[in-house]
Write a protein that binds this ligand. Structure first.
Ligand code: SAH
Ligand code: SF4
Ligand code: F3S
Length: 437
């Protein structure tokens, strides 16, 4: 068999695409290797969310391009979000690339591989998605299976490239999703995470019309002990029906990832987010009042064009007032083609962005610790994900609670994949300590 290696650089959706590419390539006679040096085909599965991730993609194939000089038969594929956006322009920057494969054309891969093996050089990045086919998925081993339910975004937040790289919102057929969930569970996965840029939009384009709550219930009805999660929600799209579904469905976990982006109303408007601080707070309070022990996490951007010190401080304030359990943070990175990238005269200097990001991160650490401390003394169910013998000889299992808190527990054996009840003994910034009951 020929050998293929994929370097994945992006989000969970990107990782999920890689599992699909490996599956499709197996049908084409390729087996997965862990060392790029051993491969006959190298794929860089790129992310475009920030300038840095795009640069990383090009520097990776720069390295691989040099390898091709000694191994002319080596095939190099440039896939993912930067590929969708760059199209055939990629060949100009990286002439050694054999195939540019946009995210919308993922399922065309088997056909294209045959052609590049015959010596063609192809860029496939048409915005009309290549229809999904029934394929094998080579999932990364572990307890959690990622299942995309929808792709694309119609929101066009002014900073964000995703609507240009993932296209318009479209839902996968429920029967495909449910079959995938059943298969993953039969392979031993213990958790299903439904993925989408805006999971709340699920089903709007389906005939008959369905929604996320309906889909969650269908998966909840599958027999067996397992957990269900879903990411990402758009704040104002969360419905009462969804909250009811989380409460009523025993397998659906008490966890919402609801990116806020900024705690300042003016900045939110400039970002084209459809809510203000008050509305976001109302949504959080409502969820917290209804879902016991719920974890709410968020994303924030520091140094959006024109952001004043005072506006930035509103973000810090919001983080604590809303009692957010954890937040992903990033310094604003201008993305060519987006609206905000044009506001060059409003760009915040790099050093100011870096300083704000550092303060945001420090504040996030404080919020996480406060959140974790709430659980000291509590009994919680943990799904074990890992076993490790530390340098000092201590044996530790690590897992997650239903509300997505990481717990470290002293334990003698590897019981990865098991659900155990644990008493929380201590809280750290990023995790809890527990002992088996
Ligand atoms: N669909 C999700 C998030 C997708 S992108 C949502 O609506 O929130 C993931 C995160 O990357 C975003 O939440 C945002 O915080 C961050 N991000 C997006 N574009 C960015 C940019 N240009 N600079 C910095 N961070 C960005
Ligand atoms: Fe990007 Fe906004 Fe769409 Fe999220 S909702 S993917 S941040 S455009
Ligand atoms: Fe994901 Fe990056 Fe694309 S975050 S959707 S891989 S731009």
């Amino acid at each position: 068999m020929k050998k293929v290696y994929i370097e994945t650089m992006g989000c969970q959706m990107n990782k999920s695409d890689a599992e699909r590419m490996y599956g499709m390539l197996e049908h084409c006679g390729y087996t997965q290797v862990i060392e790029p040096k051993d491969a006959d085909m190298l794929i860089v599965n790129t992310c475009s969310i920030r300038k840095l991730s795009e640069d990383k993609a090009y520097s990776q194939i720069g390295v691989w391009g040099k390898w091709k000089k000694n191994k002319p038969s080596l095939k190099i594929v440039f896939a993912g979000c930067v590929a969708q956006q760059g199209g055939k322009e990629v060949f100009k920057r990286a002439p050694y690339v054999d195939l540019v494969l946009g995210t919308q054309r993922l399922y065309e891969l088997p056909n294209l591989v045959k052609r590049i093996e015959e010596g063609d050089r192809i860029a496939s990045y048409d915005e009309i998605p290549f229809e999904e086919t029934d394929i094998k998925i080579n999932r990364v081993k572990g307890t959690n299976a990622w299942i995309p339910i929808m792709e694309g975004c119609n929101n066009f937040c002014t900073y964000c490239i995703v609507p240009y790289t993932r296209g318009r919102e479209r839902s996968r057929k429920p029967e495909l999703i449910i079959a995938e969930a059943k298969k993953a569970l039969s392979e031993g996965f213990k958790e299903i995470t439904l993925l989408g840029q805006n999971v709340d939009s699920y089903g709007k384009d389906l005939e008959p019309y369905q929604n996320l709550s309906w889909l969650l219930k269908q998966i909840n009805d599958i027999e067996g002990k397992f957990r269900i999660r879903f990411v990402t929600n758009y704040p104002t799209d969360i419905t009462d029906e969804l909250i009811d579904t989380v409460i009523e469905s025993d397998k659906v976990c008490e966890y919402f990832h609801i990116p806020m982006q900024s705690g300042d109303d003016y900045t939110l408007k400039k970002m084209n987010r459809r809510y203000d601080l008050k509305t976001y707070k109302k949504i959080c309070d409502h969820i917290r009042s209804r879902v016991k022990d719920v974890t709410i996490t968020s994303d924030f951007i520091a140094g959006f064009p024109g952001e004043t010190e005072e506006q930035f401080e509103n973000t810090l304030k919001a983080m604590s007032e809303l009692e957010l359990d954890y937040s992903n943070t990033a310094a604003y990175s201008p993305r060519e083609g987006t609206v905000a990238a044009k506001w060059k005269d409003l760009y915040i200097p790099e050093e100011v962005k870096a300083e704000r990001l550092a303060r945001l991160n420090e504040h996030n650490r404080e919020c996480c610790l406060i959140s974790n401390k709430k659980y000291i003394g509590r009994e919680m169910e943990v799904l074990i994900e890992n076993f490790e013998i530390r340098k000092n000889g201590n044996k530790v299992i690590t897992g997650r609670t239903r509300n997505n808190k990481i717990v470290h527990i002293p334990y003698e054996n590897d019981i990865t994949g098991e659900f155990i009840n644990v008493k929380i003994t201590n809280a750290r910034t990023w995790y809890l300590n527990g002992e088996v009951l």
